[in-house]
Design a protein around this ligand. Structure first.
Ligand code: LMR
Length: 398
């Protein structure tokens, strides 16, 4: 049977990771995969994570299964982190949370519960969206359509075009929204725009499916959860997929959660039973370690305060780099305006180069970004900023 399979192209982000690792050139710069790096180009284990792991090592007495919904303490701590401790949907018993293997697991579980509740659902994703959204959502049987989002002319959001398309969607349509730090563009919605979308979603009876993979990397832990908190208090139903990969630096531990907000507590219980059945049929029970670490951090005031400082430090380094790279680019490519990079949020910026230029940057200068010219700003360092800007100028000038 397998002889009938044709080889397929490797996923763009995974392919780029492998190409970067294989490149022996000492000047190489990794702006590809969305992994935070410090100014030495490293992705160290956060110190709050190290401390929680040490405590776990001495306190953990078993490796027996945790259960289908994961670690209940982790789920509650994530609810407080995502919604804020006093959120009305939590106190009304309208939220159910299931631990998932990373943000991807949460997205897949969210897509599966939508298809289970409403087979034939269409999910509308922004143009562009994260390259793994389509396989995750379509793999669960949802149909995919797109709405306008990124405005290449300004580096911001084409808000009017976005609204015009969403306004025409039929009741029950699912709209995938990035809570903050839009991947791949870095272009985020303002609070005022979120409020407009909320009014539209209410008017058109749409279902928001919100992906939050970078809480804390945009404007802060609370500010980045603004849309989730607002929508969950104003709408009967919301689906939220959350990742701990970036803000806890737990990439390889596959730690995330799906929160489903329902209209009533009874609906929430029925939803939870379906989520458990779906998860059982895919991964059965989620991996424990990352969730146990997050639980350890969020339930210890000292560790939690230390972790928040680390998140602040990562965010401010990215913010500083955004300003610094704009300066360097202005100096080396004065004919082009790169100021949009400083206005964007999170790890990514859509650089606005052609695929041919991106590939030239890779082959001649060993600078790696995805073919659509998404760059991970956190991959830059003080010591390679100038090299980066000079290389870009050379490629753009050719
Ligand atoms: C990215 O967008 O680079 C990250 O979210 C990693 C991944 O799995 O694609």
């Amino acid at each position: 049977m397998f002889e009938r399979l044709e080889p397929i192209a490797v996923d763009t982000i995974l392919g780029l990771m492998a190409a970067y690792r294989a490149d022996p050139d000492p000047r190489k710069v990794d702006l590809g995969v969305g992994v935070y790096r410090n100014d030495r180009g490293e992705t160290p284990v956060l110190s709050a994570v190290q401390r929680a792991e040490s405590a776990l090592l001495t306190s953990q007495t078993t490796k027996a299964y945790v259960g289908a919904t994961g670690n209940p303490g982790f789920n509650q701590a994530m609810e407080r982190l995502v919604f804020g401790a006093d959120h009305a949907a939590l106190s009304a018993g309208r939220v159910r949370t299931v631990q998932a293997p990373g943000g991807c697991g949460a997205l897949r579980l969210g897509a599966e519960i939508i298809r289970t509740a409403s087979p034939g659902s269409v999910v509308h994703v922004p143009t562009p969206t994260w390259s793994n959204h389509p396989p995750l959502l379509c793999g669960a049987g949802l149909k995919l359509e797109s709405y306008p989002y990124f405005d290449a002319a300004t580096g911001g959001v084409q808000f009017n075009a976005m609204i015009a398309v969403l306004e025409r969607l039929p009741a029950g349509a699912v709209v995938l929204l990035h809570a903050s730090c839009h991947n791949p563009t870095g272009a985020d919605l303002s609070e005022e725009q979120w409020r407009e979308i909320l009014a539209l979603v209410k008017r058109r009876h749409l279902l928001p499916f919100i992906d939050m993979a970078y809480q804390g990397f945009g404007d802060g832990l609370d500010a980045d959860a603004f849309a989730i908190r607002l929508f969950s208090s104003e709408l009967p139903e919301v689906v939220c997929a959350v990742s701990c990969s970036k803000n806890f630096g737990l990439y390889r531990e596959r730690t995330g959660a799906l929160h489903v907000i329902t209209e009533t507590p009874a609906g929430a219980e029925a939803t939870l039973s379906n989520l458990v059945r779906i998860a059982r049929g895919i991964w059965s029970m989620p991996p424990d370690h990352g969730a146990a670490v997050v639980y350890g951090i969020l339930n210890d005031a000292t560790l939690c305060a230390g972790w928040m400082e680390e998140v602040d430090a990562m965010r401010s380094r990215i913010g500083g780099l955004r300003g610094a790279v704009v300066q360097q680019l202005q100096q080396h490519c004065p004919q082009r305006d790169f100021s949009f990079i400083a206005r964007q949020r999170g790890m990514f910026s859509y650089f606005g180069m052609s695929t041919a230029q991106v590939r030239e940057l890779r082959s001649r200068h060993h600078i790696y970004m995805t073919d659509d010219s998404r760059m991970n700003v956190a991959g830059l360092r003080q010591e390679n900023l100038e090299y980066f800007a000079r290389s870009v100028a050379e490629v753009l000038g050719r």
